[in-house]
Design a protein. Sequence first.
Length: 325
Amino acid sequence: MFIKPLKIPCHILKTMALDRRIPVSHPHKEFITQRASNLYSGYKGEKALEYYLNFLPEDQFFIFHYLRLPDKYGHFQMDFLILSMYFHLIIEVKNFYDNISFDEFGQSFRIKAEEVQVFNNPVEQVSLQHNRFVDWNRCNDFPAVPVEKVVIYSRDDIYLRNLTNNKLITDLVMHRDKLLPKIQLFMGKHKTLRLTEKQLMEMSYKLLEQHTPEKFLLIDQLGITADQLVKGVECPECGNIPMKWSVGQWECFYCGKVSKTAHRLALADYALLNQKYINNRQAREFLQVNSVHSMRRLFHREKFSHVGVSSGRKYELSVEKLLDE
């Protein structure tokens, strides 16, 4: 069962919000766009494994998505950790396209249009995660349990090549449809009971307790100020900002798109990049709405939770709810 289900991490949502709100003319725009694209691509790769992981017996496996744990070196992150009473499994996910090759120097690379793109070796990545998790397990006084590891490429159309027939590459690197058969092999390999059900639960609680989400530092690192961010509602059709609020709906100047809910993404951006509470004046400024009464009616229609009364009223912005709509 999923103990820590798939959910897009907050630092990725914030990076994507920053990309939407930073103007094209900003000197760091290209870097931010590429960063947001890479992060979201990684999450989509992890999401592609959810279907397969749902086939694992719920009473035998505890599944954790995106765990970031402290150790003496700082923090280490695992895309997926699967616990059982017989063995544990670390999964490193890659969402690359076209082709990936592994050579005799331990390099992973892609050849595209006669250009060679070199990437970090995922086998070395997952091996380091393995070592740090084994140390974490020991430092937290849990019994020694065999820890397996695999690297999963989530796209079905990627061409993987092991140029030197390195057995380690063959054993650890695979397409996503090979994951369940690989877990079956691990189940056949590890038949000695290593943990009690109580110990497995205690370990699960400890993992959740120590999970430390990655902080979003990009704005500070790049020296971006609030006045540099673009205000207004983004058109869901053409992406232009701002849309105009007119007679209870949003209208796009550029493509003519009409929407009653386009403000939700803008309010999510505000919550992600500023704060989760907003008052009428702040909302009018950010959404570019002139009327106090129009803004009040919009808040009423959305049924946001609020604190305070009259001009001191603030509305709570739930990013999860705003992005789910």
